[in-house]
Design a binder for this molecule. Structure first.
Ligand SMILES: Cc1cc2nc3c(=O)[nH]c(=O)nc-3n(C[C@H](O)[C@H](O)[C@H](O)COP(=O)(O)OP(=O)(O)OC[C@H]3O[C@@H](n4cnc5c(N)ncnc54)[C@H](O)[C@@H]3O)c2cc1C
Length: 405
């Protein structure tokens, strides 16, 4: 079950050597955060590891995190090398470059601009908030980063440690936190965004994610766990027994993996569509198969009941009708007994937004559930927009203003 997270030196060299150095650089064009793999690969090939690390962090303050968990639908999918054999493993190369920089105590980032005297608040220290804070601190603002939780990372903290060790989030943060004036306040929820203006902040970025799990509206839902409770404190549910996971996305896949890791004998995912329709990356697909997760596809859970032996999942089979929509197949309802836990992982939604010209929302609370790299892009754009609004200057490049050294 345990996979190596980082490439070794030989693997890194091999991957660097596979880059075709193509003229069109599709990897750069498709990266939501604006990373330039062709540039950092060429720098690494020339032995300029620190410049390569700098190239990554200038575009993406969570460069190593993304190196480990970016889905294969961005740079990997566009890589020209795939036309020859298979894509360069760009994310893993990125993670390795930053690992080298991390091992060098001399490698540091610092702010390129002097403090401008303006204080701004960023609410939420998930990837969108961290990126917005990095952009604004890089441009000379004093940033207070408010986080309700006891640690930074937001939804990234629900990603199992085997895929993303929390220390990698902290390591990226270590690079970024010193680039300017960023005051991180953990365990400090902001109840009222408007009150921040009374506290002297001239602008606010709200990067508050999607804190509400979506329910299924079925009988017996109260017997189910929601994925946030399950993934935030997996140790509470570490038991033997059978576990059912309802949902077919990346979050559901992490729940299944966690259940298996926690000692469940039998883990079964109930998915309304086909395995091939599931919105998961190649790596997640592989993980499910490696862990021997049972996939019950084209199946809708329609009720959950309870008896002395545990929970009973009632299901009905589904099919695509002629319009391509899913519908239940009549007379296919069955009962599946003996589950210890049933975990719902079918989505989440944001709270309502306040309308105010100096409050800019960023990340999943705007776009809906996305990816870390897209949340970073959204946070950077929000930082850019707030800077333009407050300074009256139009920014020329979507970069974090940094210097090395
Ligand atoms: C289980 C799971 C697995 C995932 N796997 C991947 C993956 O492999 N690859 C990938 O790219 N993406 C993955 N994602 C998605 C990714 O984590 C999210 O898209 C991303 O974290 C969203 O970033 P965000 O900053 O918009 O919101 P969040 O990460 O949700 O951060 C919001 C932050 O705001 C804080 N907050 C909220 N309200 C307040 C308040 N009033 N005051 C102070 N703080 C507040 C919250 O505590 C939280 O820390 C996964 C998500 C989950 C749940």
């Amino acid at each position: 079950m345990k996979k190596k997270l980082f490439l070794n030196n030989a693997q890194v060299r091999a991957e660097l050597g596979r880059c075709l150095n193509c003229a069109t650089k599709p990897c750069h064009k498709v990266c939501p955060a604006g990373c330039n793999p062709n540039e950092f690969i060429n720098l690494a090939l020339a032995g300029k590891w620190e410049e390569a690390a700098f190239s990554i962090l200038r575009a993406n303050p969570l460069g190593q995190v993304c190196g480990l968990i970016c889905p294969d639908k961005f740079c990997m999918k566009s890589c020209a090398r795939a036309t020859v054999d298979f894509s360069v493993n760009i994310p893993k190369v990125q993670a390795a470059i930053l690992q080298k920089a991390r091992n060098n105590p001399e490698f540091r980032l610092r702010n390129a601009e002097k403090l401008n005297g303006m204080h701004v608040a960023v609410v939420g220290a998930g990837p969108a908030g961290i990126a917005a804070a990095a952009v604004l601190a890089g441009r000379g603002y004093s940033v207070t980063l408010f986080e309700a939780d006891r640690r930074i990372g937001g939804a990234m903290n629900m990603i199992p440690e085997e895929r993303l060790p929390h220390e990698v989030i902290e390591a990226d943060w270590d690079f970024i936190k010193n680039i300017g004036d960023i005051d991180l306040r953990l365990k400090t929820p902001v109840e009222n965004l408007l009150s921040l203006f009374e506290g002297g902040y001239v602008g606010v970025i709200a990067a508050v994610g999607e804190p509400n799990c979506v329910g299924m509206g079925i009988a017996g839902e109260e017997f189910c766990l929601n994925y946030m409770d399950y993934l935030k404190t997996p140790e509470r549910y570490a038991r033997e027994g059978n576990v059912a996971i309802i949902g077919g996305g990346a979050v559901a896949a992490d729940c299944a993996f966690t259940a298996r890791k926690n000692g469940a004998q039998h883990v079964e995912m109930f998915v309304r569509r086909r395995f091939s329709d599931m919105k998961i990356s190649g790596g997640e697909r592989e993980m499910l198969l490696d862990c021997e997760i049972d996939m019950t596809t084209m199946t809708r859970v329609c009720a959950v009941t309870k008896n002395d032996n545990g929970l009973i999942v009632e299901t009905v089979k589904t099919r695509f009708n002629k319009d391509g929509r899913l519908e239940d197949i009549s007379d296919t309802r069955i009962k599946r007994p003996d589950f210890k836990y049933v975990v719902m992982a079918i989505g989440s939604r944001a709270n309502e937004h306040i309308s105010h010209d100096k409050i800019i929302y960023a990340g999943d609370c705007v776009s809906g559930s996305s990816t870390v790299v897209e949340a970073i892009a959204s946070g950077k754009n929000a930082g850019d927009r707030l800077d333009a609004l407050l300074s009256g200057k139009k920014t020329e490049e979507n970069n974090i203003c940094l210097k090395v050294g």
